[in-house]
Design a protein around this ligand. Structure first.
Ligand SMILES: *[C@@H]1O[C@H](CO)[C@@H](O)[C@H](O)[C@H]1NC(C)=O
Ligand SMILES: *[C@@H]1O[C@H](CO)[C@@H](O)[C@H](O)[C@H]1NC(C)=O
Ligand SMILES: *[C@@H]1O[C@H](CO)[C@@H](O)[C@H](O)[C@H]1NC(C)=O
Ligand SMILES: *[C@@H]1O[C@H](CO)[C@@H](O)[C@H](O)[C@H]1NC(C)=O
Ligand SMILES: *[C@@H]1O[C@H](CO)[C@@H](O)[C@H](O)[C@H]1NC(C)=O
Ligand SMILES: *[C@@H]1O[C@H](CO)[C@@H](O)[C@H](O)[C@H]1NC(C)=O
Length: 336
């Protein structure tokens, strides 16, 4: 019996590492590293980005700051802010609408490291590589303010971002799932021409977005519909939307990971909507789930908003925690 179990386990690992089309469920995680926000008096990262030169993460936190982790030992320090009304005295450690709330981050490496960011209250901004006060890029479209700018990705000269339902601000998931809201949108911003275009309308909680490696499609996470939509940007199917995959829970941010995608997924039973499993899922662009990562034991009934791979490590952001989780496992097997 013992031998049989060992053989089966090796078989599963083998399949995972060779990318066979199996939905591998990894055992529950225990982080060995937590990049703490305590020194910066912050919590609640909802977005991460990486500076290629140092590989130390930027984190958008709940009180309206973008922090940068100064490797190896200085920890998170202030880097930029979005709200024009924010003061350190009134806002550090005390999230409030006037302080801002950073929900999306993306670095334009081609520009030498401009950091683009979304604030759920104040809109779309760019931060120069030196940091400081973020410069507004757009606050709305065609005379109407954005509702809840939420997720961002960059493909060279184009920025794509979602605008989700204000209802998310309540944090009441019973109400969020019951709303049937279809006001969610995806916009494209052309950095050169400064033109803002509405690409997709009618979405139900577009909480995540990622551009494909070749820039030929977007994946959009529809939180309340628990699914990933695929929007074609080029080719015969350009400008059409199709359902790529339905998930066991509500997806938040999605990140491109070497021709695969990683998403933070909120799994709960309808009757216990506030008791949550923190799950990360890896899937590909044709809708196959490749791996399920279970972070439940580290997050104690709350979800993980973002799972991102950088330099063979996984980094996790959660609005409910005061750290960035780093998984020490070697994720080289994600490379094709
Ligand atoms: C953190 O911020 C809170 C709220 O502004 C403040 O009361 C507390 O003293 C701060 N703690 C530190 C260590 O700065
Ligand atoms: C902009 O808003 C006006 C007035 O609400 C509307 O008639 C028009 O169709 C909108 N244009 C676009 C491109 O959405
Ligand atoms: C739109 O946003 C601007 C700037 O953030 C604000 O001053 C204005 O009141 C908003 N308009 C509406 C209709 O909410
Ligand atoms: C959440 O929303 C549901 C449905 O709208 C409502 O019954 C419930 O009282 C709300 N919960 C809280 C804590 O506001
Ligand atoms: C959402 O749709 C469900 C199922 O169609 C319906 O029962 C519910 O009343 C709708 N909720 C709202 C707020 O319209
Ligand atoms: C994740 O782990 C928890 C225990 O920590 C377990 O209850 C749950 O079923 C697991 N979920 C999945 C999808 O593996």
């Amino acid at each position: 019996m013992g031998n049989l179990r060992i053989i089966i386990w090796i078989y599963v690992i083998h399949f995972c590492s060779l990318h066979f089309h199996v939905n591998c469920v990894r055992p529950t995680y225990q982080f060995t590293t937590k990049l703490s926000f305590i020194g910066a008096n912050a919590s609640g990262a909802e977005a991460l980005a990486f500076d290629y030169s140092g590989g130390c993460p930027f984190a958008g936190v709940a009180d309206g700051r973008i922090l940068k982790y100064n490797c190896p030992s200085l920890g998170f320090q202030d880097f930029a802010t979005t709200s024009p009304f924010r003061t350190k005295e009134e806002c550090d450690g005390k999230p409030a609408p006037k302080c801002g709330r950073v929900a999306g981050l993306g670095i334009d490496y081609s520009s030498g490291g401009n950091l683009y960011t979304l604030d759920v209250f104040f809109g779309f901004f760019v931060v120069p590589p030196s940091g400081g006060a973020a410069i507004p890029v757009a606050t709305g479209y065609n005379g109407t303010n954005f509702s809840l700018p939420n997720a961002l990705d960059i493909d060279q000269a184009s920025q794509y971002f979602t605008d989700a339902e204000k209802l998310f601000l309540t944090g009441n998931h019973t109400a969020i799932f019951a709303s049937n809201d279809t006001e969610g949108k995806v916009y494209k911003y052309d950095i050169k021409t400064e033109e803002l275009t509405l690409l997709v309308d009618g979405l139900t909680g577009p909480a995540g977005l990622a551009v494909s490696e070749d820039g030929d499609y977007l994946l959009i996470a529809e939180f309340m519909k628990k699914r990933i939509q695929k929007f074609w940007l080029t080719g015969k199917r350009a400008n059409s939307l199709e359902t790529l995959i339905t998930l066991p829970g509500a997806p938040d941010n999605i990140k491109n990971c070497k021709r695969r995608f990683l998403g933070g997924v909120r799994v709960s039973k309808p009757e216990t909507v506030e008791i949550v499993e923190a799950i990360g899922m890896m899937f590909n662009g044709v809708g196959r789930i490749l791996e399920t990562l279970n972070f439940t034991s580290e997050y104690n009934g709350r979800m993980v908003e973002e799972v991102q791979e950088f330099s063979s490590k996984l980094y996790l952001a959660a609005a409910s925690s005061n750290f960035v989780g780093v998984d020490r496992d070697d994720f080289n097997h994600l490379r094709l």
